[in-house]
Write a protein that binds this ligand. Structure first.
Ligand code: NAI
Length: 275
């Protein structure tokens, strides 16, 4: 698609690790829609991933930043404004990581150093990013900030672990900072609550295949892909969504409003018959 929806807009995209990353797809679509942007990721991810390939393809600059470091974030926003010779219109926070999940610790047996690390990376980094932009007055009026969330912020998904708490906090920052940034600068802040998606972060959750299949069977439109999510992000960065702020927007093929579906019921009944 190429409707030049983001023509003239400048942005910062966090979190493109490889071509499965949701942020990668957002960068591709943003480029097609006429945006200019800086790509950023943690220094270690820049070494491991393939971001330079994406930068080349989208004609964008890469600036490393560990999103838990306010120093790195300051550097990122200052350098980005130099690259654009002006302020920023959109920011995508596409970052998530839980050490407890990675190391297989259960929710009721967390190692709290790891909990704090995961919280810093997955939630507090969003506040740090927004506060840095605020202090540097780096955003244009009507700029749009998006972070990616998951429905485990509202409902229990047994193996989503401490990431559920991190996503709840992320959505709370969206509301609280959305108020302040909206009131003072007409900047909007939202989260998009995305379907399970096959990416490095997604597949790290225990039992991901089951989550994925169940959500697909339950949702009338089926799971939303990373590509679908990217398209939604583009509309949220565009001027067509100027009055949407402080929201958690479900982008999940209808999953969030379902109780039971024919497919899920049939699979469940068949599994009982087999026992
Ligand atoms: P991904 O693994 O491709 O992206 C996660 C990114 O976070 C990576 O690029 C990683 O380098 C970056 N990151 C980790 N620590 C960082 C740090 N300290 N500083 C800067 N960046 C750091 O996976 P995906 O799925 O694209 O994840 C993007 C977002 O989407 C995350 O917030 C995730 O929780 C969310 N999400 C993912 C779903 C899924 O099933 N994949 C479902 C719903 C939400």
């Amino acid at each position: 698609m190429n409707n030049q929806l983001l023509k003239g807009k400048k942005g910062i995209i966090f979190g493109a690790l490889d071509n499965k990353s949701i942020a990668w797809k957002v960068a591709e679509h943003a480029h097609n829609e006429g945006a200019e942007f800086v790509l950023t990721n943690a220094p270690i991810a820049l070494r491991m991933g393939s971001i330079n390939e994406l930068a080349k393809k989208t004609n964008s600059t890469v600036i490393p930043a560990d999103a838990t470091s306010t120093e790195d974030l300051e550097n990122l926003f200052k350098k980005s404004m130099e690259v654009f010779d002006g302020k920023i219109d959109f920011v995508l926070h596409s970052i998530g990581m839980s050490v407890n999940v990675r190391k297989g610790r259960a929710y009721y047996d967390q190692k709290y150093d790891w909990t704090i690390k995961g919280f810093d990376v997955s939630s507090l980094s969003f506040h740090k990013t927004i506060q840095t932009a605020w202090k540097l007055d780096a955003l244009n009026e009507w700029a749009s900030i998006i972070a990616l969330s998951y429905i485990a912020a509202q409902r229990v998904f047994h193996s989503y672990n401490d990431m559920a708490d991190n996503k709840s906090f992320l959505e709370s920052i969206t509301r609280s900072f959305g108020y302040h940034y909206g009131k003072r600068k007409n900047v909007r802040i939202n989260t998009i609550s995305q379907s399970p998606t096959e990416t490095t972060a997604g597949s790290g959750v225990k039992g991901f295949d089951g989550f994925y299949k169940y959500a697909d069977d339950l949702s009338p439109l089926g799971n939303a892909s990373a590509d679908d999510c990217a398209k939604y992000c583009i509309t949220m960065f565009s001027d067509y969504t100027k009055k949407i702020t402080m929201q958690n927007l479900f982008h999940d093929g209808g999953f969030s409003f379902m109780g039971i579906s024919e497919d899920v019921m049939n699979n469940y009944m068949n599994s009982i018959k087999e026992e």
